[in-house]
Design a protein around this ligand. Structure first.
Ligand SMILES: Cc1ncc(COP(=O)(O)O)c(C=O)c1O
Length: 396
């Protein structure tokens, strides 16, 4: 697919929409991707408007457009608009749900080996303060959560199953739908961290069977930094009591606090309106490009990159998983990951270093040291892959 002429023309057009493609080979899309021009323009226009007429007045002018962002996000994840909260990061979204659960001592939380560190920090901190137990579900030899093991671990004490859809440290994509089918037979809340998949893998809250799903803007969605979103099934909203409420997320009935009935109970009044408009534009742009096409292209280009890296004698690709994402990780025998990443940066190629503390429970530690992470997007090309591999060969 990646080499056919029609695809290359499409990618050429998408690159022309992306100012950053002119100056850099950007393989740090799992960190923050390059936004399309239209996203930047939308934000800058709004910032000008704020400076010309005032922040509240400028927000009033775009109230309809702001409202539409919620609908666009809902369509993106197969939710209703009442089930969407707009936040400023994936972690904020995830924590909003996690801290809203009425935990009791003895509750169990089941999670997977490559769970993201910030999520684990919240779980283990809760374990220390409230006496809940955090347990790792065993993985298959391929690195996925073992769904049969999950089935045997589930009982009425399991209050939450929390899974990162695509971990930060490699190409693994968890079988979130199969996990969801198993969790569905239990009283547990199923929370999916879709931070690395939103924008590269088509998402559907109902197909996954998730009760809640968190995501960020700046990664594969190509939205501005400081944006995120949360989808929460209407059926569980009332069971979640947000830890932080204000005059947007709740009302006062005398002295009685009433959280909003919809997912806006997880929002606060203040936000960057320009960033939210940018997020909306990024979601519309992505849907315009085509969710399935993006997934197919990113998957194929990442597979191509892995195959090319495999040809370099000093390099070992470390990705796991039956289904793999656009995140490619590798190590070189002759040079450290951070040296390789900084040498590549000097040559105009952005990659990053994935370090063990970002996935502390990954069972491949301590053998898994710092890795080079090259994460591809649909504006990357086979030519850029060739350039990366030729520089890596020269540096190893
Ligand atoms: C899997 C995963 N979850 C959550 C996060 C945190 O996202 P944010 O920085 O938007 O809170 C990251 C960030 O890299 C991530 O890779």
């Amino acid at each position: 697919m990646i080499h056919d002429r029609q695809t290359q023309e499409t990618v050429g057009e998408l690159r022309a929409d992306t100012a950053g493609c002119e100056g850099v080979v950007h393989f740090n899309n799992a960190g923050a991707s390059l936004p399309p021009r239209s996203v930047v323009d939308r934000m800058v226009r709004h910032l000008h408007r704020e400076s010309e007429i005032g922040g509240y007045e400028a927000a009033d002018e775009v109230s309809g457009e702001l409202d539409a962002v919620r609908g666009d996000l809902a369509a993106l994840v197969g939710a209703d608009r009442e089930e969407i909260a707009i936040t400023d990061s994936a972690t904020r979204s995830w924590l909003s749900v996690f801290t809203a659960v009425p935990w009791t001592e003895g509750d169990r939380i089941l999670t997977a080996a490559p769970e993201y560190s910030s999520n684990l920090i919240a779980m283990l901190d809760l374990a220390r303060r409230r006496g809940v137990r955090v347990e790792q579900v065993p993985s298959t030899p391929g690195g996925e959560m073992d769904v049969e093991a999950l089935r045997t671990l589930l009982d009425d004490d399991v209050r939450m199953v929390a899974v990162t859809h695509a971990p930060t440290n490699g190409g693994l994509v968890q079988p979130v739908e199969r996990i969801g089918a198993v969790v569905a037979g239990s009283p547990a809340l199923y929370l999916v961290d879709a931070c690395q998949t939103a924008g590269q893998v088509p998402l559907d809250l109902h197909r996954i069977g998730a009760d809640a799903l968190s995501g960020t803007g700046r990664k594969y969605l190509r939205a501005p930094r400081g944006t995120g979103f949360l989808a929460v099934l209407r059926a569980v909203l009332d069971t979640l009591a947000p830890a932080h409420l204000d005059l947007t997320s709740a009302t006062l009935d005398g002295d009685r606090v009433r959280p909003r009935a919809d997912a806006q109970r997880f929002e606060l009044f203040e936000r960057s309106v320009a960033a939210v408009l940018g997020l909306g534009e990024a979601v519309r742009y992505y849907r315009g490009v085509g969710l399935d096409w993006v997934h197919d292209y990113v998957t194929a280009l990442a597979a191509h990159l892995r195959a090319e890296l495999d040809r370099i004698p000093a390099v070992t690709v470390t990705d796991q998983g039956v289904h793999r994402s656009g995140i490619v990780t590798f190590r070189a025998e002759t040079v450290t990951a951070s040296t390789l990443a900084s040498r590549l940066r000097e040559r105009g190629i952005n990659v990053t270093v994935s370090r063990p503390p970002s996935t502390p429970w990954d069972t491949r530690h301590p053998d898994l040291d710092d890795l080079v992470r090259a994460s591809v997007h649909y504006y990357n090309t086979p030519g850029e892959v060739a350039r990366l591999c030729s520089e890596v060969t020269a540096l190893c």
